[in-house]
Design a binder for this molecule. Structure first.
Ligand code: E4P
Length: 240
């Protein structure tokens, strides 16, 4: 079970990475568009890689497989932790086959909405298959069932492809995706932050801390030891 962060925002990535529970990052063209313009794509990805030091997915935008392979080669040359995000489809599968089996690159097949798409991605050699939980739900289907069936089939046939669940729209999506068998859920920072918080947790910590403050201020509890320390000097009379 792993959590990736679904953003290109360096401040968010730095903060979440410092918690020690984030094992990778995913980006896409829409995510890149949410950052303030005028930046170098390569420098932004390199900055992310420097913080994450784990797989970072970078998406190709070419629409034919040869174009995807060319774009992939350029991005993969930037760092060993780059995973090439390839859109699901027949052109995408050709690119995955070439990149994984001939170029020894890792791919993440993206925009998967159905179990049979995930199966094709796996059989073409993809390292990751990204199921879009929120977008599957938008179509009126049970996204958890898509993840559950995919996970069951991958397990039954000992498929090494890892299931990433993306397109997270609520905290419940994260729980449901992991319960359904997702290997990884990629989570926007907003939800990661919400996962750390709970009003009852905060109230409980506040309660404990104010009790402790009162005990310390009234002198009922001291930090320093009340026992006399046994030192060689204090023992010297025993020896005599
Ligand atoms: C992650 O890999 C996806 O690109 C991302 O989660 C898609 O999210 P969206 O459906 O909110 O655009």
């Amino acid at each position: 079970m792993q959590i990736f962060i679904d953003t290109a925002n360096v401040d968010e990535i730095r903060e979440a990475s410092s918690w020690g529970c984030v094992s990778g990052a995913t980006t896409n063209p829409k995510i890149m568009s949410q950052e303030e313009g005028g930046y170098s794509f390569r420098e932004k990805i390199e900055e992310i890689l420097e913080i994450v030091k784990n797989p970072v997915s970078v998406e190709v935008t070419a629409e034919d497989w040869k174009g995807m392979v060319e774009e992939a080669k350029e991005y993969a040359g930037w760092d060993k932790n780059i995973v090439i995000k390839i859109p699901m489809g027949s052109e995408g599968l050709k690119a995955v086959n070439a990149l994984e089996r001939e170029e020894n690159m890792r791919t993440n097949v993206t925009a998967i909405m159905a179990t049979n798409q995930a199966l094709l991605a796996a059989l073409s050699g993809a390292s990751y298959a990204s199921i879009f939980f929120g977008r599957v739900s938008d179509m009126g289907y049970d996204a958890a069932e898509v993840v559950r069936q995919t996970a069951e089939l991958f397990k039954l046939h000992q498929t090494e492809t890892k299931i990433i669940v993306g397109s997270v729209r609520s905290l419940m999506d994260i729980n449901r995706a992991f319960l359904a068998g997702a290997d990884i859920v990629t989570v926007p920072f907003k939800f990661l932050k919400m996962m750390t918080q709970n009003p009852k947790t905060e109230a409980t910590i506040q309660e404990f801390n104010s009790i402790w403050k009162e005990l310390r201020e009234s002198g009922a509890i001291k930090l320093e030891t009340t026992k006399q320390r046994v030192t060689p000097t204090s023992l010297s009379f025993v020896r005599r």
